[in-house]
Design a protein around this ligand. Sequence first.
Ligand code: SF4
Length: 327
Amino acid sequence: MKHSNISIFIPHVGCPHTCSFCDQRTISGAQHLPDGDEVRRICAGALSEVKEPENTEIAFFGGSFTAVPRDYMTELLEAAHSFTGSGRFRGIRCSTRPDCIDEEVLDILRSYGVTAIELGAQSMNDEVLEANERGHSSADVERAAELIKAKGFELGLQMMTGLYKSSITSDEETAEKIIALRPDTVRIYPVVVLRGTKLAELYEEGVYEMIPFEEMVSMCSRIMLRFQENGIRVIKCGLHASEFVEKDMVAGYYHPAFRELCESEVYLSRLMEIADGCSLLRITVPAKEISKAVGHKKSNIERMKAMGTIVLIYPSPGEGIEIIERR
Ligand code: SF4
């Protein structure tokens, strides 16, 4: 069953934090704050268009939903709540900071029909969190995650890879600590350095060194696999393709098909394992996964060839990889 969201962007206007990657100070003048009436209009419009509202959630994304003024938060929730329930949308989800979660706010969210909460953990390494001025610790993430689960909400955790002072080791450790918190979903955001941010300054001063793009893809593919092996749904890997990002990006790991690159990398590891040094490998893979198996611009076929294995891949109606010939 395909799940979808009606996304409503709530900017965190006047946020007192200065996260290294956030450009809210440079764009805050242009930010639009939707009110309850606008939420009602968006939901009513979507309800008449969405085919499976029972598999669709109203999602308040963009900032720290539980850190906006309380009256404003409840105005938005009240508007959205009237569009949930039988014959309407499945529920409401929101994203927020780990240090903006407590029992009181969770009880309010529950009373308005919120079902899923995503926390911007970003890293589980305190040195990285501090260097990027997140203003919260990894202990805050653990505390908030436990509280959200204890209250029966679906838990989502978001992590950023490649932040200032992070490393492949610290990012992979972050993924393992996130797995230990047993979230239902995760989002992986490889860092994108936007104009006007602290990261852009550090990058331009030459003190923020970034690993090559290919290494980032490779690491994110390993992280993605670890989440999937642990039954955690990866709902995003890489930023949405957007003109805004392309225009304001100074450096970082943006690719319009970042997730596909990672999924191809996962396939490459499997091909290498199966080939095990043979010179010809003929396999079938599920038809819907052919492009991932072949790789972006046939990169997997070329890389296998460079390692001495000719790989021929055919589509099959079944699940998983089947070997037709290996010699
Ligand atoms: S990313 Fe950081 S600075 Fe930006 S709105 Fe969120 S908490 Fe505030």
